[in-house]
Design a protein around this ligand. Structure first.
Ligand code: GBH
Length: 452
């Protein structure tokens, strides 16, 4: 008789969101104007002219959402803190009413028996800081550390799981290379500095946590296995650049003490020389690495596409509504790659999920079979990594709720729970019910035959 595979008893099962994507009430209770609030209200930036003014109205409905989490059987909830609610101008004057929201949120989660996992920076921050040079300003690292330090003290005893940054690569790539996110103006020469200061800020925040915090703190990165479209040397070189750019730019300095060689090739004359002592700081040890996994990419050489000089080659395979390839085994690849190349630190899958064009709720039910299959196949891949000795401690589905999908607006739905706009009505999808059974069975249902 074979026993069904299952996840460890202490494996942490959760779902994730971020502040600007769900909260709404962007200016409530004395909050400052955030970069995202300002950006989304600039015409032409977001699909359909969408913005986060209401979003999921979570700022006002958080208690109901925690009730939903209980119904889903979640053990943990990963959310982010909106910096501009705490420090409306970015630094200096603290706004107690904004802070109070997160105290209430953390208390309510703890009372519900759900572990609060707070991310300090998931892309929204005070617009005033962009006006002072943003992440390209060397002092931004200290701005972040000061903000982080305040929160460690304020939420001490309430939150024990912290992440510094969510996907610094996206902040730099979308914000400073593409301009699809704020500050919104492509500025290649600033990008290496923004990346460097994000890393310094992360390290300074970890140091502040060691001085004045309790629990565990980590960094969250997005990873994606890269493949070359052919064995041609040009495509192989494009692969090396693409992989260095997305997967190694942030992790090489954190774990190995320096940037990938390829960065100088990618940025050419815009690649700076950084002070040697910064690399010592950036290697500050922390407690876990969070990995956000969605897809893979296959690349070929494309000299016209700066700065990386690659292009994606779309595969004949299932794609999500984001046009991202569904590639479950890539999750295992990323987890084992981190273990082999960098570290045996505990790992979490801090985001994984898919947008699909779900049908609206019919009689209180949303049928989303493709999301159920996506979850099942990725969780099997996560289990395969565990079986190979990866120290994977937990998994967070992206996302608890349909929400504001950044430049794509509300058109892309990643939620386990459907949100109807503008009423905000929440309806758990079939995937939410499935995830509940996964949690209850510690994964055993992942290996059951498909039901009709
Ligand atoms: C995350 O970022 C964010 O943390 C979260 O806020 C967001 O809502 C969620 O994902 C969904 O987007 O175009 O095929 O080359 C996602 C990071 C990095 C994933 C780039 C997709 C490009 C795939 N993304 N990647 S492709």
């Amino acid at each position: 008789m074979t026993t069904k595979p299952s996840f460890p008893a202490d494996f942490l099962w959760g779902a994730a969101t971020s502040a600007y994507q769900i909260e709404g009430s962007p200016l409530a209770d004395g909050a400052g104007v955030s970069n995202w609030h300002r950006f989304a209200h600039r015409p032409g930036t977001i699909a359909h002219g969408d913005h986060g003014d209401t979003a999921c109205d979570h700022y006002r409905r958080y208690e109901e959402d925690i009730q939903l989490m209980r119904e889903l059987g979640l053990q943990a909830y990963r959310f982010s803190i909106a910096w501009h609610r705490i420090f409306p101008e970015g630094r200096g004057r603290l706004n107690p009413k904004g802070l109070d929201f997160y105290l209430r949120l953390a208390d309510a989660l703890n009372n519900a028996g759900i572990v609060p996992c707070a991310t300090l920076h998931h892309w929204d921050w005070p617009a005033a800081l962009d006006d002072q040079g943003g992440w390209a300003h060397r002092d931004s690292a200290q701005w972040f550390a000061d903000y982080a330090h305040t929160l460690f003290r304020a939420l001490d005893g309430r939150v024990k799981h912290w992440a510094t940054l969510n996907e610094p690569w996206v902040i730099v790539h979308a914000g400073y290379i593409e301009g699809a996110h704020p500050p919104g103006v492509p500025a290649f020469a600033k990008a290496p500095h923004a990346a460097h200061n994000l890393l310094r800020g992360h390290a300074l925040a970890v140091q502040a946590f060691r001085a004045d915090g309790a629990g565990q703190i980590g960094l969250v990165v997005n990873l994606e296995p890269k493949f070359a479209a052919s064995a041609k040397p040009e495509d192989q070189a494009a692969l090396a650049r693409s992989h260095a750019y997305m997967n190694r730019w942030f992790l090489d300095p954190v774990f190995l003490g320096g940037y990938p060689e390829e960065m100088a090739d990618i940025f050419g004359a815009d690649w700076p020389r950084f002070p040697e002592e910064d690399f010592k700081l950036i290697r500050e040890p922390f407690d876990f690495l969070g990995i956000n996994y969605y897809s893979r990419t296959v690349v070929r050489d494309e000299p016209a596409n700066l700065p990386v000089r690659d292009a994606r080659v779309r595969q004949r395979a299932e794609h999500t509504a984001m046009d991202w390839e569904v590639f479950p085994e890539g999750l295992k690849t990323c987890l084992t790659w981190v273990k082999q190349r960098y570290t045996t630190l505990p790992l979490y899958v801090t985001e994984n999920g898919a947008a699909f064009a779900d049908p609206p709720a019919v009689a209180g039910r949303v049928a989303d079979p493709r999301r159920v299959a996506y979850l099942r196949d990725h969780l099997r891949a996560a289990h395969a990594a565990l079986a190979e000795g990866v120290d994977l401690k937990g998994y967070f589905a992206w996302s608890l709720l349909d929400n504001f999908e950044w430049a794509h607006g509300y058109g892309k739905r990643f939620g386990l729970v459907r949100v109807d706009y503008p009423t905000g009505t929440r309806t758990p999808k079939d995937s939410a019910r499935f995830y509940r059974r996964v949690i209850e069975s510690r994964g055993a249902v992942l290996w059951e035959a498909e039901e009709g």
